[in-house]
Design a protein around this ligand. Structure first.
Ligand SMILES: [Fe+2]
Length: 412
């Protein structure tokens, strides 16, 4: 039997001798958790300094800055052939996963008047929200941009005929299916960046990209591998976007860096991103898709006259659902008085475990207009609220009122 201490094992056959733990190497290369300590800039740089081989993207019209660019007009016809569609989707999936992580389709709309019409509806909605004082962007400084949350539903309800023409797009459909499979869940958010709008810092996106570093580090490494396959990130250009207007800054191949959710906030990784990212000018109607684990950031709008208008899409996997419908609201109302009474004989950790099984622990999906992530990346979850209420000794009625207010904010 060997005793382990500090990554070494003490060998019972020679009590004076310390040996290297034979498991240590395996653990270092394949840690159970990703933290700042498991990140290595040299590994990251080696990954990101690859060059995309054109033969891996044979259906692309060209490759620029490691980004394969496809001709929408040519692909639209080819997608009507099932075998051709499948071959194109396989190529995209491979590039999202192990290639450069990005796909651009130029001319994503045969007729860009649908884009112009949608732009007008969205501008009207933004104006209406401004007058009603809703819809602030919590990811940017006030006034630098306009954000229209849930632009999917808002367009559908404002003009369903236009919605059909806008989202009835076989190129978008094929790209979503390529990465997520069928039955994906579409969401969209308009980001309109005014002249002078500042750049974002490098980040990854939903799911784990929208968690604090501390929360992220609690998810085991295999969940970090899972997060990128649960969503696809995309954007529809609503205007011509020159480099000066600040199209999205992208770091090809960075999506494949396994500890990346722990790395993107580290200063040396942020500096590497700033020194090595690429940007592509886009034309109205172009489509951009990328793996949500790709390091990226909105660029600075250095123009004095371009209103950079993108409709972002975050598309979710069909598999992000539970097996059963569970009424966690009613369960939480039933459990709260028992926990508040404090006579369960449970330790603090056991109370925490009971809450985890009872209340909803995840704050999404929500209504970002009314339930913004104030002071963080994610709004509080039902479980957060329950723990807070217990800490602060809310009465049962006060807890019910707080839960109701939360449901109202979430639009549940
Ligand atoms: Fe992002």
């Amino acid at each position: 039997m060997c005793f382990r201490l500090g990554g070494k094992r003490l060998c019972p056959y020679d009590h004076t001798k310390w040996e290297e733990d034979p498991m240590k190497d395996v653990q270092d290369k394949n840690p159970a958790y990703f933290t700042a300590e498991t990140c290595d800039l040299a590994d990251f740089a080696q990954l990101c300094e690859q060059t995309l081989a054109p033969e891996t993207v044979p259906n692309a019209a060209r490759v620029e800055k490691n980004i394969p660019i496809y001709d929408g007009a040519a692909l639209r016809d080819r997608l009507t052939d099932p075998a051709d569609r499948r071959a194109i989707m396989a190529e995209w999936a491979r590039n999202f996963r192990t290639g450069s992580g990005i796909v651009v389709i130029s001319g994503g709309y045969a007729d860009t008047t649908v884009i112009d019409e949608a732009t007008q509806v969205y501008l009207d909605l933004i104006e209406a929200e401004r007058e009603a004082h809703v819809g602030a962007d919590h990811f940017a400084a006030g006034g630098a941009n306009d954000r229209l949350w849930n632009s999917l539903q808002k367009l559908c309800l404002a003009d369903s005929r236009l919605f059909a023409r806008y989202f009835g797009n076989t190129l978008i459909d094929a790209a979503c299916e390529a990465w997520l499979g069928p039955n994906y869940q579409m969401t969209a958010q308009v980001n309109l960046v005014h002249p002078g709008g500042k750049a974002q810092t490098a980040h990854r996106d939903y799911h784990l990209g929208f968690q604090t570093a501390e929360t992220c580090a609690r998810y085991p490494a295999h969940v970090h591998d899972l997060s990128p396959v649960m969503t696809l990130q995309a954007g529809i250009a609503h205007c011509d976007m020159s480099l000066a207007s600040g199209p999205t800054k992208l770091l090809p191949f960075s999506q494949a860096y396994r500890p990346g959710y722990a790395a993107y906030r580290l200063p040396e990784f942020a500096e590497y991103f700033e020194a090595n990212h690429v940007q592509l000018p886009l034309a109205k109607g172009d489509l951009l898709f990328f793996n949500p684990a790709l390091f990226h950031a909105a660029g600075e709008n250095k123009t004095t006259d371009v209103e950079r208008f993108v409709n972002l899409m975050q598309i979710g996997s069909a598999l992000g659902r539970t097996l059963e419908n569970v009424d966690r609201y009613q369960m939480s109302l039933a459990l709260y008085p028992v926990l508040l009474e404090g006579k369960t004989g449970l330790s603090e950790a056991e109370v925490d475990a009971a809450i985890a099984c009872c209340a909803e622990g995840y704050p999404f999906p929500t209504n970002l207009d009314t339930d913004p992530p104030v002071g963080g990346l994610a709004p509080p979850s039902m479980a957060d609220l329950m723990r807070q209420a217990l800490d602060d000794g809310y009465s049962i009625d006060a807890f019910r009122a707080a839960l109701d207010a939360q449901r109202e904010r979430q639009g549940a």
